[in-house]
Design a protein. Sequence first.
Length: 375
Amino acid sequence: MTVNRRDWLKQSSLAALGLGFSLRSLANEEGLPRQFGSGLGIINLGSNENPYGISPLSKKAITDMLGEANRYPFNIASLKTFKNEIADYYKLSPGQLLITAGSGEGLNLLARYYSGGNIVAGDPTFGILPNTAKKIGTQVIEVPLTYDKVHDLDAMLKAINQQTKLIYICNPANPTTTILPPAQLRDFCDEASKKTVVAIDEAYIDYVEPPDNESMLAMIDRNPNIIILRTFSKIHAMAGLRLGFVAAHPELIQKLSADYFGNTQFCTSVLTQAAVLASLKDEEHRKNSKQKNAAARKYTVDALEKMKYRVAKSHTNFLFFQLKNYKDDFAKEMLDKNNILIRSTNYSDGNWCRVSLGTQEEMQQFIKVFKEKNA
Ligand SMILES: Cc1ncc(COP(=O)(O)O)c(C=O)c1O
């Protein structure tokens, strides 16, 4: 590692400012040290990654595909139907899908496509779409979440005006981990989509338990003003492989594609595509990840609540909880003193932490450190 830790911290704080993530800790994706983990002894609970890794079927698919890595995806027989297979799995038509290199690209694309008016979003919410919008001069109307850290749908509906191009809902919500009941969200989509376009980011939907895990994907068949974003970075554990999609009415998908690569076959690698197709066939692996995540979540929430922390009800692979009295940059202290990477932000109602759920052992280490701090 050529950058020492102090320099890295300095650089990452600059990157954090530049990126304008709504969670302003040092622990941003751009600034991660190259060798965290065993080398530096850092436990990374900062990026909501899936610590259990990709399916063994995906690993084999990648290895088998390595010999074809010199080819474009469209020249490989087993990948010619890639988009159709994704569409089939999600009960969509291929025309309703835009494949992107991670859903972050989809969010960025939407911010650029729906510019020139305003965008309505929760506050706080996941940063890519609103921050990109702000960067290019679009007004973002930020609607505070409720006391329970849930999107305030009535207030969001009221915030829509003549200039509103898009409303963004992250469900389950990042950074706050909460969900909206499906019936309530469906009614909201019906109502809001009469006035503007509604984009629902379902990055963490696979962690939600039934009956609350109902996706809004089915709505796009009957409503041209609904857009859904999904990613393979979370339950499929493919954050490093980069695959996501935007699902919407075929006419909109065509227009968005024209603003993207035209042919999305160019935006993702043959290794990624092979891994994704294999992962879709390994439901058992995903079930296993989900169960381990739920166990680590229960352990961590119980321990924090026992210490009297206020923890938002999590339906995801991360937690959001309020510190008691701490006023400084808590994420920085955790990294500097304890080698644990988390996020923390000062909001009007206090200092809140976002902590990704690592393995049981990692969470035990986190709780051990936390008990000593009583922050
Ligand atoms: C709510 C939400 N949407 C989208 C993303 C982007 O994920 P990716 O670009 O890896 O698909 C993330 C990543 O953490 C997220 O939390």
